[in-house]
Ligand binder design. Structure first.
Ligand SMILES: [Fe+2]
Ligand SMILES: [Fe+2]
Length: 244
């Protein structure tokens, strides 16, 4: 699916979700603990074996809100980086076409996943969306213009930051799971599914990192300043998107 279509789907589903009249108590990220208690009793009533549902605190809901907003922005940036890099790279290195397509297709899948989650849980997308679009396209275009090694160094830098970002999220949700187990409760099924999604996507990002290193990212010149600047840019974009 092309990027413009993905963006249209995201905006359409965001609009639809805001119009939705579906009851908020079905959403474990809904901003009302009393509503969650209703869900808990309902879940235990329908199954004698079911453990009580772990109710997220306000801070935990805010963590998920930020996480999903940042992830959507990051995946948008990733698709744009590959969109800008691919024509230049495959013109000089046609054998890299399948790899570039494979990585783009995975990023497009990630973006679709987070577009869906953002819409479903009525989370505000980052207001920085237009700025990240310009920055990511410029990053992809400029690193590809420097050559194959620089383009791969860009992937290496981005995936190092994004991989560790997803790891932080996985670690945080695992700590909630451990807390729930101590209380004799269990995580909401949707949260468990999100944990599995974050792990799968993290593994795919780290696979991209491996592809970049295998394709001479370390040969980029100048390697250190390039990677350091891109990694700093990623960390800054993540921090801003968490809030704005
Ligand atoms: Fe991704
Ligand atoms: Fe990636």
């Amino acid at each position: 699916m092309g990027l413009p279509i993905l963006r249209q789907c995201a905006l359409k589903s965001c609009r639809n979700s805001l119009k939705s009249t579906s009851p908020v108590f079905l959403d474990f990220l809904a901003p009302s603990a009393s509503v969650h208690k209703q869900c808990r009793s309902a879940s235990t009533a329908t199954s004698g074996e079911a453990k009580p549902r772990y109710v997220l605190s306000k801070e935990q809901r805010e963590f998920m809100d930020s996480a999903l907003r940042v992830n959507q922005a990051g995946e948008l940036a990733a698709t744009l980086i590959y969109t800008a890099q691919t024509p230049q790279i495959v013109r000089s290195y046609p054998h890299l076409r399948p790899l570039m397509k494979h990585m783009y297709d995975q990023e497009a899948g990630h973006l679709k996943t987070f577009n869906g989650l953002i819409a479903k849980h009525q989370i505000r997308p980052t207001a920085m969306y237009p700025a990240w679009e310009v920055a990511a396209t410029f990053l992809g275009w400029s690193t590809a213009a420097l050559g194959r090694e620089a383009a791969m160094a860009c992937t290496e830098a981005v995936e190092t930051e994004i991989g560790s970002h997803y790891n932080d999220q996985v670690r945080e949700i695992l700590s909630w799971e451990a807390d729930a187990a101590r209380r004799g409760e269990e995580l909401d099924d949707e949260l468990k599914e999100m944990l599995a999604t974050f792990r799968r996507i993290r593994d795919e990002e780290l696979e991209h990192l491996d592809h970049a290193v295998a394709n001479d990212s370390k040969e980029a010149k100048p390697y250190d300043p390039l990677v350091d600047v891109i990694r700093f840019g990623c960390r800054t974009a993540i921090k801003i998107s968490e809030k704005i």
